[in-house]
Design a protein. Structure first.
Length: 424
């Protein structure tokens, strides 16, 4: 197993596109994972947001980000992956500047809108990884990518917690926003230099490239998806609705209800990063060998149960143990209750033709996102009107129902056939 692990890892990172994407995403994660666990507390304590306002901001962020997924997928399938990735990355330079200038939670809304527009490259991002690998290595490839990008999470959240305890939320967030801006400038330049296009188009007769897909044809393909892909859309919606109901309140629950320190919360996030680093690629390899579906089911069952566990404990030791189990489930299956992760993305790449892959990934993000828009607001309202545990209970129900639908409605295809991929 160890020899196979090393060989597959070398094969994957020898691909220029995957290595470039993994390294640059790791740099972005270095800053993001340092401040993200404390963002809700920053909004509440510094920018005067109550829990409903935090839910509203989460709704704006998620809906904007997801609304751009389908257009981004169509553009990536029509014009290629590289341009969309570079232009989307360039937009990431603006939000940190706006956050630095914000003095009230309403001032962060323009930054959220721009961040949503920047996410237009996400379908191209996932598709370029699938394009660059044969089917029998896709799970391992996505796993290796996630392993590399999880490396900053080994230290960044703990460092972030120490910084917040040391200088407070206001100054701590400012430090990481400056870092985010510098990283975004570098990543834009580096991706523009290093990424190679994986789709070739038949702009001239006889070139041997793929026919360029029209916009209307791309849209029609969304409505003619296979039964399994349609089931995955429903699963993504239900899982996303449940997760977004509590996602931005999970750290707040730990800090304000369970009274943990920022450093303790950082330790939990750091441990999650270590688990993802160690298990993401083995999880991807297991999905290549034994199938995507079992690994995804593990994640989709463990994740909602962890939400239930959080509401039943009071000690940090128990909270830590629950998040460790959740981290293991997510690392092996990938994605938790969200649409994503090594096994999930590899399964989509197995089910969907290459020239429609980015569009389909974008459609799943957009459709599930639109339908789940009210979720964070509902979660914040439940927190205020009833009690902080209520949104977690609903998230458990949505998560387990989505797992059941996935188990019954998705059929994994036979992958033992020749693959079409760009080996560069």
């Amino acid at each position: 197993m160890s020899d196979s692990y090393v060989k597959v890892f070398k094969d994957v990172i020898s691909n220029r596109n995957i290595l470039t994407i993994a390294i640059t995403t790791s740099l972005i994660s270095l800053s993001g994972s340092a401040y993200r666990p404390y963002w809700g507390a920053y909004l509440k304590d510094v920018l005067f947001a109550d829990t409903v306002a935090i839910g509203l901001l989460s709704t704006i962020a998620s809906s904007e980000r997801l609304l751009f997924q389908l257009p981004g997928g169509i553009l990536a399938d029509r014009f290629g992956r590289r341009k969309i990735i570079v232009y989307g990355t360039a937009l990431r330079m603006l939000p940190p500047i706006i956050y630095l200038l914000a003095t009230h939670w309403t001032h962060t809304i323009p930054a959220l809108l721009i961040s949503g527009a920047a996410s237009i490259y996400m379908p191209a991002f996932n598709a370029i990884i699938a394009d660059s690998l044969p089917s029998e290595q896709r799970g391992a490839g996505y796993g290796a990518y996630r392993m590399i990008t999880s490396t900053p999470q080994m230290v960044a959240p703990l460092v972030g917690g120490l910084v917040m305890d040391w200088v407070g939320y206001e100054q701590g967030i400012r430090v990481f926003m400056v870092l985010s801006f510098i990283i975004s400038v570098f990543v834009t330049w580096y991706r523009s230099r290093m990424l190679r296009e994986t789709l070739s188009f038949e702009d001239k007769p006889g070139t041997g490239g793929r026919r360029r897909i029209g916009v209307m044809e791309s849209l029609r393909s969304v409505f003619t998806m296979s039964r399994s892909v349609k089931a995955m859309v429903l699963v993504a919606f239900l899982g996303s609705f449940g997760t977004r109901m509590v996602f931005d309140f999970l750290s707040l629950y730990a800090l304000k209800v369970l009274n943990f320190s920022n450093t303790q919360l950082g330790l939990v996030s750091t441990t999650g990063g270590i688990i993802a680093l160690v298990l993401s690629m083995p999880g991807g390899m297991l999905s290549d060998r034994f199938g995507r579906k079992p690994m995804i089911l593990i994640s989709r069952i463990v994740s909602p149960l962890s939400f239930l566990g959080v509401t039943q404990i009071t000690s940090f030791t128990h909270y830590y143990a629950i998040q460790v189990v959740n981290g293991i489930g997510n690392a092996l299956g990938g994605g938790g209750m969200y649409a994503g992760g090594p096994a999930w993305n590899a399964l989509l790449a197995d089910l969907v033709p290459r020239e429609q892959l980015a569009t389909t990934m974008g459609a799943i993000g957009t459709i599930s996102g639109i339908m789940a828009i009210p979720s964070p607001i509902i979660g914040g309202w439940m927190w205020d009107e009833y009690n902080p545990k209520m949104p977690f209970y609903f998230a458990v129900v949505f998560g387990l129902v989505s797992a059941a639908i996935f188990a019954v409605g998705v059929q994994e295809p036979d992958r033992h056939k020749p693959s079409d991929y760009d080996g560069g």
